[in-house]
Design a protein around this ligand. Structure first.
Ligand code: 5AD
Ligand code: SF4
Length: 436
């Protein structure tokens, strides 16, 4: 069949984005052309998220949209929502194939065997998956930063979280494979690599052969031509003194950590089944900042967890301020079927969640400004990404290694280069500056 077209859309986290790009590559290798999701295609793939009920809802909307764009096309639903609620997904009008978060290396075969109208449930029992599933590396050309997935699964079972059910047990990509992936990306011109996973800090834990994140990072840091190496989320309990020492050793390591806090109240942390309290977290950030001066520390915080009263929320606001985060991701707690917290008493009203979320987002904005403002009139090193349209004309944007976004007048040939920018101003989007 000539000229087959596939269109993908992705919800959720960086891991999902990474996997969608891998799926695109699998289809390309089998002769498909990848087109935009709102264009006519033969196959539509919706890569879903289920971390909150909004993920489920948006997933269903996108499934229906695909059916409308081309009613004859095959509609394939994959990802976390598909994994945790395959029957619910199969019932959505127009769905033909449901593939969860495993068994995706075979997705093209599954699709080619499927017949429009004959619903196929290809979701695996994820609790039985013990191997990291290798998918092709990030394939798009011409960008500066690339994500690389090194780990799958989570076994923490925090009381609110559906991710362990959606992603299954811990599986680490073999170190040689990660190293080959990094080399490949560097050869293709990527300058910054962001290592991602579902529980990245647990890298190697299930392998019993001494593999861990620090050993891996030591190897990756020696790849010639790699300008920057960044870690995505790392749980507070997984940040060891060795990790901090390694990160303090300078390039290619970025002075940036994303350390999920979830709540700044000890009684709520306990109900969440988090494995630390605020005291532990405070001491951890003291160590981070002692070892890595000017480190950017970003975090996730949830509002409206069951039993969160005004006083608990106040503790979270105060603690976020005290921790001087350089950025906050705020989530409104969403009860997830099958998780213990969904049945906890004292569920918080939606209006209260909205209000708390607004307030915390405003606090986060101020904290980000305050962190960025330390660079006013100073010079920072920026990895140049792409041009963006702004009120001040075409500016280029890039990140500092400690994760502050910087806008400046640039040139196309600076893309992928590290440049020194003198900071002249500050906005909600980040810093503004000029090249010296
Ligand atoms: N409701 C809202 N947010 C959640 N997260 C995880 N589970 C839920 C839930 N049930 C958030 C956490 C986590 C981030 C990836 O998603 O803050 O760090
Ligand atoms: Fe969404 Fe979590 Fe799955 Fe990522 S791992 S897609 S955030 S449910």
């Amino acid at each position: 069949m000539a000229d087959k077209k596939v269109a993908l859309t992705t919800l959720g986290c960086k891991v999902n984005q990474y996997e969608s790009e891998a799926l695109e590559e699998l289809f390309r290798r089998r002769g498909y052309t990848v087109v935009d999701f709102d264009e006519p295609a033969d196959v539509y793939i919706i890569n879903t998220c289920t971390v909150t009920h909004l993920g489920d809802r948006k997933s269903r909307q996108l499934i229906r949209r695909a059916g409308r764009t081309n009613p004859g096309a095959l509609v394939v639903v994959t990802g976390c929502y598909a994994q945790t609620a395959p029957d619910e997904v199969l019932e959505v009008e127009g769905v033909d194939v449901v593939v969860g978060s495993g068994n995706r290396a075979n997705i093209v075969d599954l699709v080619e065997k499927a017949v429009k109208g004959c619903k196929v449930n290809a979701v695996l029992d994820i609790t039985q998956c013990r191997e990291f599933e290798e998918l092709p590396g990030e394939a798009r050309q011409g960008r500066v930063r690339a994500f690389l997935k090194i780990q799958e699964g989570c076994e923490n079972f925090c009381s609110y979280c559906i991710i362990p059910y959606a992603r299954g047990p811990l599986r680490s990509r073999p170190p040689e494979s990660v190293l080959a992936g990094v080399r490949d990306l560097v050869e293709r011109g990527f300058r910054e690599i962001v290592l991602t996973g579902i529980h990245t800090g647990a890298y190697g834990r299930e392998r019993d052969d001494g593999t861990n994140l620090v050993r891996l990072l030591e190897k990756l840091a020696r790849v010639p031509g790699l300008a920057r190496l960044r870690l995505s989320s790392v749980e507070p309990n997984d940040i060891t003194p060795e990790l901090l020492e390694l990160m303090a050793s300078g390039a290619p390591f970025c002075r940036h950590l994303h350390i999920p806090l979830q709540s700044g109240d000890d009684s709520i942390l306990k109900k969440m089944k988090r494995r630390y309290n605020t005291d532990f977290y405070r001491k951890l950030l003291e160590q981070v900042r002692e070892k890595i001066p000017n480190a950017g520390v970003t975090t996730d915080i949830m509002v409206g967890f069951p039993g969160e009263r005004e006083e608990h929320f106040r503790n979270t606001c105060a603690f976020a301020g005290e921790m001087r985060f350089s950025g906050l991701h705020v989530f409104k707690y969403s009860p997830r079927r099958g998780t213990p917290a969904a049945k906890y008493p004292e569920q918080v009203a939606p209006g209260v969640k909205d209000e708390r979320s607004r307030e915390l987002i405003a606090i986060g904005r101020e904290l980000a400004r305050s962190f960025a403002s330390r660079y006013l009139d100073k010079t920072v090193e920026v990895l140049v990404e792409q041009a963006v349209a702004s009120e001040k004309g075409n500016l280029y944007e890039g990140l500092t290694d400690n994760y502050v976004r910087v806008f400046f007048p640039g040139r196309p040939e600076w893309r992928g280069k590290l440049v020194d920018i003198t900071i002249t101003g500050l906005s909600d989007a980040g810093l503004e500056g000029i090249i010296i």
